[in-house]
Write a protein that binds this ligand. Structure first.
Ligand SMILES: [Zn+2]
Length: 176
């Protein structure tokens, strides 16, 4: 790990990465600006997107990535409107195993990679464990490792606590 390496988008929340390639999807979701935690949008323009991905991306690429992020958020919510098909290659290896290989360049390559990982996670049944924090002001993406997949907060001590405080204040108010 080089000292100049930026923390991953997910590391900004001190969250553990999702397993396998699903962590790439989680990282995309966690590029979003989260005002309560003072975190900026990591794909706001080409320069910030390049620094986040470690490769040269244009302002157009950054715009494509923001649209992709919104699509993946909708997919997690189970409310994705129809989008154009995404291309990915099937590459049979010498031992007979087949892998998905993203195609394209720039943001198109990233979109191909992201949807391929979503497919693999759905087949591995890990997709349903990638969630967004129920605190709407937060919405960070976390991987739910609870046994019954019941987690709703990215961190019960922060976002969960804020919600509990609000609920108890509302209850007190209602009693006055
Ligand atoms: Zn949260």
């Amino acid at each position: 790990m080089s000292p100049s390496r930026l923390p991953s988008p997910t590391e900004r929340f001190r969250l553990a990465p999702a397993p396998d390639g699903l962590s790439v999807v989680q990282d995309l979701l966690n590029t979003r600006a989260i005002a309560p935690y003072g975190l900026p949008d990591l794909i706001a323009d080409g320069d910030t997107a390049s620094a986040t991905w470690g490769e040269r991306l244009s302002d157009d690429d950054a715009a494509t990535l923001r649209a992709l992020r919104a699509d993946v958020e909708a997919a997690i919510a189970g409310e994705l409107a129809p989008i154009p098909a995404v291309t990915v290659e099937l590459v049979p290896d010498s031992d007979g195993s087949v892998r998905l290989s993203p195609t394209g360049t720039g943001a198109d390559y990233i979109a191909s990679q992201i949807w391929a990982e979503v497919l693999l996670a759905q087949q591995a049944d890990t997709w349903r464990r990638l969630k967004r924090c129920k605190n709407e002001a937060c919405g960070s993406a976390f991987y739910d490792r609870s046994r019954n997949n019941s987690g709703v907060w990215h961190d019960v001590k922060t976002c969960g606590n804020v919600a509990n405080l609000r609920a108890s204040r509302a209850r007190k108010k209602a009693q006055v």
